[in-house]
Design a protein around this ligand. Structure first.
Ligand code: 0PR
Length: 378
């Protein structure tokens, strides 16, 4: 470290490291994908800008506001407030922090009622906020049981959570019903659409899965441009129905040009906002509809192929996630890994899980299925 190393040598080292990474083409376990080229261009141009101090970067700040406008429009509330986060984890932490601030709850007693299937980022949030999580069981289709949610609510409940696109199975909770429950109980409802937010609106019949601000009980939504939004990492979105709710997060920061800050990260990426702005503007609804329709066609292809092999699905895919029961899923996953295929497994029930992102093309699926047949010996 004492003496610097010349650029050429470092570039070689970087190349070596980059080459050791798994190309997305063999990855069926990730919710991220190769970003759209225009997102990469925008990211590069704005790499030095810091949205933690937006008065220094008014141009970047205006791109962030435009992103929130477009995301709000997508979620049936063009006037929504919000900001570009570092991803679903920050959005979920911040949403629960908002609920706690609004209720001025005693953190030692406060609880949050959420589905069993909710992402582990809520466990991080609960630990940090000192609130308890009450997880409600799922039904046969792995959607949360709303009656069970209702029973878990008591006077110390400060928020409800619902998931639009669960991490493991890609299921969508009955959010319309949960929205009604939140209204009946006067509770803040946060919807985690980190994955599903850029899928559901572009399905053939999106009205089958109502999940966003068109439901009056929904107060905040997490939606990630760095997953199905085709933006660069780290780009998340956190949107609020009421600007005042976001204001509950404000911290005074006098030495900053902006005086206050509501984000969790202090110094934060302007490149994410620029990349998200660029790709959303460029693709439009039409572009995303094309991408989602391709992913859903490939999801069906993979589903049909695995069914034809005599395997049993966990659920019929709702979004672009395919899960099938296989005996000793861990062993199957390891054997696939030896063949340079990357899939994940679920535990309840034990299954092989494949996320059909845009890089998982028809050709990838055919090659994958051929290798899976060898592993399973069918
Ligand atoms: N909410 C849901 C429904 C999620 O699926 C995820 C991430 C999050 C929140 C948290 O989002 P961030 O990871 O952006 O903070 N789900 C994936 C998972 O945990 C993320 C992922 C992506 C994992 C790519 C692996 C990977 O290669 O499985």
């Amino acid at each position: 470290m004492e003496r610097g190393v010349e650029e050429e040598r470092i570039l070689e080292e970087l190349e070596d490291a980059a080459r050791r990474n798994i190309p997305y083409g063999r990855v069926l376990s990730s919710m991220c994908t190769v970003p759209h080229p225009i997102a990469l261009k925008a990211c590069k141009r704005f790499i030095v800008s810091n949205l933690g101090d937006p008065k220094l970067f008014p141009g970047t700040a205006s791109l962030e506001r435009a992103c929130i406008g477009m995301l709000g429009e997508l979620l049936h509330l063009p006037s929504a407030s919000g900001y570009i986060t570092t991803g679903g984890t920050e959005s979920n932490i911040q949403a629960l922090r908002t609920a706690r601030q609004l209720k001025k709850a005693d953190p030692g007693r406060a609880n949050i009622v959420l589905p069993e299937s909710a992402h582990y980022s809520f466990d991080k949030a609960a630990q940090m906020l000192g609130v308890t999580l009450r997880r409600a069981p799922l039904d046969d289709e792995l959607k949360v049981n709303v009656d069970a949610m209702r029973e878990l609510i008591d006077r110390d409940t400060i928020a409800l959570v619902a998931v639009a696109g669960t991490t493991e199975f890609g299921q969508v909770d009955p959010i319309e019903e949960i929205s009604g429950l939140a209204q009946d109980e006067g509770l803040f409802l946060h919807v985690d659409a980190a994955f599903g937010g850029f899928v559901i609106p572009f399905l053939e019949d999106p009205s089958r899965y109502r999940f966003d601000f068109e439901l009056p009980g929904v107060m905040s939504v997490a939606i990630d441009p760095h997953k199905m939004g085709m933006s660069t990492i780290p780009s998340g979105g956190l949107l609020y129905r009421e600007e005042g709710h976001m204001r509950a997060l404000e911290i005074s920061a006098q030495y900053l040009t902006s005086q206050v800050q509501f984000s969790l990260a202090g110094t934060r990426s302007g490149a994410s906002a620029a990349a998200t702005y660029a790709v959303m503007r460029h693709l439009g609804r039409e572009g995303y509809r094309r991408i989602v329709s391709e992913c859903m066609a490939n999801t069906k292809l993979l589903y049909d192929r695995l069914k034809a092999m005599g395997l049993e699905p966990v659920i019929k895919p709702v979004l672009n996630i395919v899960t099938f029961k296989v005996p000793d899923a861990q062993r199957v996953r390891k054997r696939l890994c030896d063949m340079n295929w990357y899939v994940s497994t679920t535990s309840r029930p034990e299954a092989l899980r494949m996320v059909v992102m845009p890089h998982v093309t028809r050709e990838v699926i055919e090659a994958y299925v051929a290798d899976l047949k060898k592993v399973l010996d069918v």
